[in-house]
Design a protein around this ligand. Structure first.
Ligand code: FMN
Length: 144
């Protein structure tokens, strides 16, 4: 099975979560394409069974524009795949994926309920938390 992990990270927090998720998927023998959003191609999504999309919260609890733009461009290719968000925030309320999640669901794209989100001041999630986040995504992807 193949996963695409596509992320934006200005100061490294979201990138570290991306690296952790990639490690945990590789540990389960998944093939992983890990790429910053400015280098990502639509074909990365097209070829994946599972798509993980990462962004920090920026400017009033929003996903950064480069990731949002990529998601809009790739929207048709997300249909029928497992899709989940991950990322980092600081002073906000941990809701920055809500609007984009609702938008994708309105177009019939299935998005995991709880994103993997951590507060920048609390450090990375541990491997157990990453595994718990991935568990249903990988199990469902395998049985489709
Ligand atoms: C321009 C800018 C806007 C931000 N806006 C928010 C915000 O609205 N809410 C919040 O909780 N954190 C906000 N932050 C903090 C980042 O979400 C936080 O530092 C995050 O860990 C950065 O992730 P990164 O290291 O992957 O870039 C903002 C940071 C920057 C640089």
């Amino acid at each position: 099975m193949k996963a695409a992990i596509i992320f934006f990270s200005a100061t490294g927090n979201t990138r570290r979560i991306a690296d952790l998720l990639a490690d945990r998927l590789r540990y389960r023998d998944w093939r992983v394409l890990l790429t910053p959003v400015d280098e990502a191609q639509i074909s990365d999504v097209r070829e994946a069974d599972l798509v993980l999309l990462g962004s920090p919260a920026w400017s009033g609890e929003r996903v950064v524009d480069p990731l949002k733009d990529f998601v809009c461009d790739a929207r048709e290719w997300l249909r029928g795949k497992k899709v989940a968000f991950f990322g980092s925030y600081d002073w906000g309320e941990d809701r920055h994926f809500d609007a984009l999640t609702a938008e994708l669901r309105e177009s019939g794209i299935e998005v995991r309920d709880a994103p993997c989100v951590t507060n920048a001041r609390e450090g990375l999630p541990g491997p157990e938390a990453a595994d718990a986040f991935l568990l249903d995504l990988t199990a469902q992807a395998c049985t489709d």
